[in-house]
Design a protein around this ligand. Sequence first.
Ligand code: AVI
Length: 309
Amino acid sequence: MALVIKSKLFQEIIGGLQANPASISPKFFYDELGSTLFQAITHLEEYYPTRVERGIMQSNLSQITQAIALVDVIVELGAGNCEKVRPLLDTISPKQYQALDISVEFLESALADLHDDYPAIDMQAIAADITQELSFPDLQDQKILFFYPGSSIGNFTPPEASCLFSNLARECHGRGGLLIGVDLVKDIHILERAYNDTLGVTAAFNLNALRHLNHLIGSNFSISDWEHYAFFNQSLNRIEMHLRAKSDQLVSWPGGCHLFRAGEMIHTENSYKYSKATFQKILHEAGFTQVTAWTDPESNFLVCFAGFK
Ligand code: AVI
C-alpha cells in the first residue's frame, strides 16, 4: 500500500525534493496524524487565528447570516473536523452540506458525528485537492455558499488565491457567495510565536510531513535528524515554515535519492498575512461585486462575505 501512489503525485513530491531550494507542498501535512496535530495546534494559546475567528463569528453571527441570506448548499473547503460550520447550519439550515478535504479518512469520521446532530441536512464528504480547479456541475442550479474558514487561503500565494476566488465566483453563477476567514498582518512577535509554540506541536506537525512522505513514496527520511524552523518574512508578508537538516542526510526512495547537506532546508509552508484593504480588493477583482467584512477589536483576523449585488 505504501508505494501505491499515483505517479503524478510521486513526480510532484520528487520534483519538490530535488528542486533548489527543496520544497514539500503543505498539502502533504494532512494525513490522519497531520490533521489531528493541526487540530491540536488550534487549541494552543499561541495560535490565535482559530480562537479569534470563532469570536468574530459569534459576535457578528446575525449580521453575517443576514448578508448570506438563504442558500441551498454550503460547500466547505478544507473542512477538517467540520466544527466551524455548526453555527451556519444552525442559522441558515441549508438543504445540503458538502465537506471537501484532502484527508478524507479524517473528514468522514468528523462528518458522521456532525450528521448525527443534523440528521435533516444531506451531507457528503468529498476527497478534493483544492489547489486544483474546482467544478460543481451537480450544483449548477443551486444557490451555493462556499465556506473557507481558518485562513487556509494564506497557504496559497496571492496569485493562487486570486485564481481560486475567480473559480469560486464563476461557480456561484451570480448568486450565493463566499464566506472566508483570513489572518491579518500584525506585530511580528505575535506572528512568530503562533508558529513556534512551546509544546512543540507545530514542530511535530511540520516534521510529520516527512513521515507522511516516507509512507507515500517509500522514502527513508530519518525524522529525528530534521528540525522545525519558522519565521515571518516581512518583505513578503508571510510566515515561512521549513525543515532543516541537522547533519548531512542521504535520503532515498525507489528509483532515486538526494543528499541534503547539514543546515539545508526544505520549504514546507507559506502562510500569507493580508491587510483588510488588499484582501477585499482581491475578492472584488475575482468577480464578487459586494464584500462585507468583520474583524475583532484588535484587528488580528478578518471574516469576509463576498457575494453579488
Ligand atoms: C491551515 N493553515 C491555515 C495553518 C496556517 O496557519 O497557515 C497551518 C499551520 N501551519 C502551522 N500552524 C498552522
